[in-house]
Design a protein around this ligand. Sequence first.
Ligand SMILES: [Mg+2]
Length: 411
Amino acid sequence: MLAAAFDAFLLDLDGVVYVGEAPTIGAPSALRRLRRMGKEIRFLTNNPTGTDVIVKRLNALDIEAHEAEVITSGTVTALFLAEHNVGSAWILGQTSLKKTLQSRGVSPLSGPPCDAIVAGWDDGITLGNIREAATVIRKGALFVATNEDRTYPDPQGPLAAVGTLVEALIAASGQRPLSMGKPQSPMFDLALKNLKAGKHKTLMIGDTPEIDILGAHRAGIQAVLMGEAPAFPHCGDFRNPDGRISSLSDLFNPGISVKKWDLPSYQWPERVEAGVAAVVLDDDGNVLLMRRSDNGLWGIPSGHVEPTETVKAAVIREIREETGLETEIERLVGIYSDPRSQVITYPDHRIRHFITTCFLCHPCGGTLQSCGPETLDTAFFPTEALPEPMMTMHPRWLADALAQVKEPFIR
Ligand SMILES: [Mg+2]
């Protein structure tokens, strides 16, 4: 049974311990049993309210809880701002969030000037506030979201939550926030920090695959789903739980077990995108390389496929944009999708899984330009004397292009 197999339990609140004003079936007695067994318990909630408020709410439901066991997105936000020496923050949130920040030495303000904008929970926020906050973000203030949950469960159905405010600020400021709550890592890092049990003896229990299960898996923690949610079709999806329970009483059901979770070497990408790349060889067999302005690395020309564009048109356009050369496609080198090499993290924290179609091409016109908006330098190099530093996968694609095989590679 799960209660015996693990030493620490991380519990989501909304939908797992309570729904609205009522505890979930069996929650108070299951939590009492876990405590009698000496298990460590942490309550993890994206609700940025004060830990004292959460403790009172749990106690009112006949559930023992202590402030040190409660980790809210407000707690994580306050710690983060303090650690980053943020002196003042405009809090788009309730008094309890302001108090949490103040306790860590961050001055909570109700408008600019400020070092940071913190998106929390406040029913009184107006479009005027959003407009002004977005302007402050554009001028360089740190943009922090307590969490990005768009809705929260309620007996009458899903209701708008902090994420809807965050989306409005993203739309108006053109920038993405640093997010503190689940499924991002700061909340799990904080939960694990003060546990005696190691990561492998800790179990997360949540009701939302995209938030609780994904967050735990990113942190390398096993996770069970409480309630009903359809599985994602790919078995390696981080959002698929390692087991399922219908109530917290199931933690004591001897028939329920969980699979192991082995954290892959790659991060969880927000989406899959189509990319193209080109091995361009001149008449002497030299390969065209460009030094990218985004990361300073040498690589073969590559880029995104735009909406409605074919991969052939995309690769010819990318080569032209990056080097000034016109090219003809000779053949397909391969299609590359292995997440171990195709999941890319950008400097602005976006994470993408690229399916890249790579072609072998030859120049047929144009003039080689040494630099451009995406390019610091361009040149043809002998294939046995490539410059450094180089994009990780590109030597592999070049070797595939030079291999004397008829069939394209599928890697
Ligand atoms: Mg929940």
